[in-house]
Design a protein around this ligand. Structure first.
Ligand code: G3H
Ligand code: 13P
Ligand code: ZN
Length: 309
């Protein structure tokens, strides 16, 4: 087993109806829950680390924990930097052994996004590491926002083609209506599949990435709220929409919020039902199990990625 590139993984997934799950990791229990699920489902796997995760756990712990998980499960894993905000953090992760990095220049004007992405691509490729970039701004489709406003934030297909050609990036995160966190839609969930179709057509060989793709499982939202939490009205991307997205050129589906909700719901329940418990293993163990069960469900029923390893 080894840390591997996503190149081959994506070339298999791009014209298939499944997508690879990219799960955010922050500690041992999360890494164990996800990797055990991927092992049992025989699924391809990307573990991703944000700047916040690096700050929380310290970079060396996360890399060593992922190495331990590979040894334990015998899985090949892609280790990816999520939302790298500048060249320096991307370089650090390449130098630390990551096999994939994201440079998120989506907040910059188009030309500047090209410039910073190109710089990361040149460095990463010289070390055999692949790069994901982002074009467009993540935001839900609001009922009262008109098509013109949507055009201003969502990924423009023509620009996407120019961006990929000029940067040489390996995969592209696009904006079609998803957003980060637990409150993705105010009204009915909607994604711009017409736009996704056009992007898939104009850059047919570029693997596309869907950020903000948690489904915000009602089971965990209800459990959080029942046991003292306050997250009313949380709503994610419906499972059917993710399955549909995977049929286009979406190869990588990012999931963090669902991990947070599964873990928190499980811990809240345990504390309410066992107020005298104070052994961390007694609440982190069930939280790890909850993550594992949720990730297995996702791989099997949403990503359609069981046995695609
Ligand atoms: O896209 C953001 C991910 O959910 C990571 O979140 O920056 O709080 O670690 P974070
Ligand atoms: P969610 O907040 O929907 O889980 O999205 C995570 C993500 O896109 C990480 O980059
Ligand atoms: Zn993201």
């Amino acid at each position: 087993m080894a840390l591997i590139s996503s190149k081959e993984m994506f070339s298999k997934a791009i014209h298939s109806d499944y997508a690879v799950g990219a799960f955010n990791v922050n500690n041992m229990e999360i890494i164990q829950g996800i990797t055990e699920a991927a092992k049992e489902e025989n699924a391809p796997l990307i573990l991703q680390v944000s700047a916040g995760a690096r700050k929380y756990a310290k970079p060396v712990y996360l890399v060593k924990l992922v190495e331990a998980a590979m040894e334990d499960t015998n899985l090949d894993i892609v280790l990816h930097l999520d939302h790298g905000e500048d060249f320096e953090i991307c370089k650090k992760c390449v130098d630390d052994g990551f096999t994939s990095v994201m440079i998120d220049g989506s907040k910059y004007p188009f030309e500047e996004n090209i410039k910073i992405t190109k710089k990361v691509v040149e460095y990463a490729h010289s070390k055999g590491v692949v790069v994901e970039a982002e074009l467009g701004k993540l935001a839900g489709i609001e009922d009262d926002v008109n098509v013109k406003a949507q055009d201003a934030t969502f990924t423009d297909p023509e620009q996407a083609a120019e961006f990929v050609q000029k940067t040489g990036v390996d995969s592209l995160a696009i904006a079609i209506g998803t957003s980060h966190g637990a409150y993705k839609f105010k009204g009915e969930p909607r994604l711009d599949f017409e736009r996704l179709g056009k992007i898939s057509q104009i850059i047919p060989d570029t693997p596309l990435v869907l950020h903000g793709a948690s489904t915000v499982l009602p089971e965990f939202v209800e459990m959080c709220n029942k046991y003292g939490g306050e997250i009313p009205g949380a709503q994610g991307v419906p499972e059917a929409m993710l399955k549909e997205a995977a049929k286009y050129n979406i190869c990588k589906i990012n999931i963090d919020t669902d991990l947070r909700l599964a873990m928190t719901a499980s811990i809240r329940k345990l504390f309410v039902e066992n107020p005298s418990e104070f052994d961390p293993r007694k609440y982190l163990g069930p939280a790890r199990e909850a993550i594992k069960k949720m990730v297995r469900h996702k791989i099997k029923n949403v990503l359609n990625a069981s046995n695609q390893r």
